[in-house]
Design a protein. Structure first.
Length: 271
């Protein structure tokens, strides 16, 4: 099944737009988990078991594993997801971007080594750096368009000679020129609802990954009003720290479930 079909099934059959980010910070784990062997995998497994029926996707951010030399625990987490919850798409957030021959290796890393359903990529270097990912027709390629960080507008909102801001140009060429295999999606931050509304106008029904709720302060109502597509879905609304570290006590998994449920209900209120 393709990334897009898996995602659509989760949006519809499970009635959820929520994506839980798997960004381990062991210093915020409860001591009982932090001291266990393979603590990152144990933490992720508890979060996944507590939230799997509420999510449309999981999004591990690769730096959180690489910084700790814990790629083996990322792999364990992905293997666990595939064996226990095979219908939930896995979005590997690695924001890769490099010349074509290196991009081919990054695509192999995401899709063959880790078996991700989709990967985030940086469009700054142009189409020949995206194409090695997009040629995996059954996988998703999620292109950074208007990110959620405070300085995002420094470059992404700059106006081109055509008069349109750069992020709109990225949305336009991604939808019009780069999406021959119908496997592209975009990233637009929850902290930029006006830009999200413009992107939705430009790209039609294309999926949009929206990070920046919770810890970064994005507003769920504004995101839903700006970002839903004609089918009243089309959004992958991510929260990582706000869910994972809702409690740092032994009730962390139950607290994560509560936060996920709350975000799902909030999002569904505006659908
Ligand atoms: O524009 C972007 C693109 C990616 N991210 C990633 O999403 C999560 C957000 O984490 P929170 O704890 O919910 O703030 C994180 O993995 C980022 O690397 C983003 O925030 N903004």
């Amino acid at each position: 099944m393709t990334f897009y079909q898996k995602l659509k099934d989760r949006w519809q059959a499970h009635n959820t737009l929520v994506c839980v980010g798997l960004d381990p910070l062991p210093e915020q784990f409860p001591a009982t988990v932090a001291d266990a062997p393979n603590a990152i995998f144990a933490f992720n497994r508890a979060i996944i078991d507590a939230t799997h029926d509420l999510v449309c996707a999981y999004k591990p951010q690769i730096a959180h594993y690489a910084a700790l030399a814990a790629e083996d625990q990322l792999q364990q987490t992905l293997d666990y997801l595939r064996s226990q919850y095979p219908d939930i798409p896995i979005l590997l957030d690695s924001k890769r971007g490099d010349i074509g021959s290196t991009a081919e290796q990054y695509a192999r890393e995401a899709f063959e080594r880790y078996g991700a359903d989709a990967v985030t990529v940086n469009p700054y270097m142009g189409w020949d750096t995206i194409q090695p990912f997009a040629q995996y027709r059954d996988r998703g390629v999620i292109v950074l368009c208007r990110t959620s960080n405070p300085s995002a507008g420094e470059l992404q909102n700059l106006h081109l000679d055509s008069g349109e801001p750069l992020f709109e140009h990225v949305a336009r060429i991604a939808a019009r020129d780069w999406n021959a295999n119908r496997n592209l999606a975009l990233v637009v931050g929850a902290t930029a609802p006006a830009e999200l509304a413009r992107v939705r106008q430009i790209v039609g029904d294309m999926p949009i990954l929206v990070p920046g709720l919770g810890a970064q302060g994005g507003d769920a109502e504004a995101v839903l009003q700006a970002g839903l597509n004609a089918q009243r879905d089309g959004l992958i609304i991510n929260s990582s720290r706000g869910i994972l570290y809702a409690s740092q006590g032994n009730d962390f998994a139950a607290a994560a479930r509560h936060e996920t449920e709350t975000l799902r209900e909030l999002a569904n209120r505006y659908r």
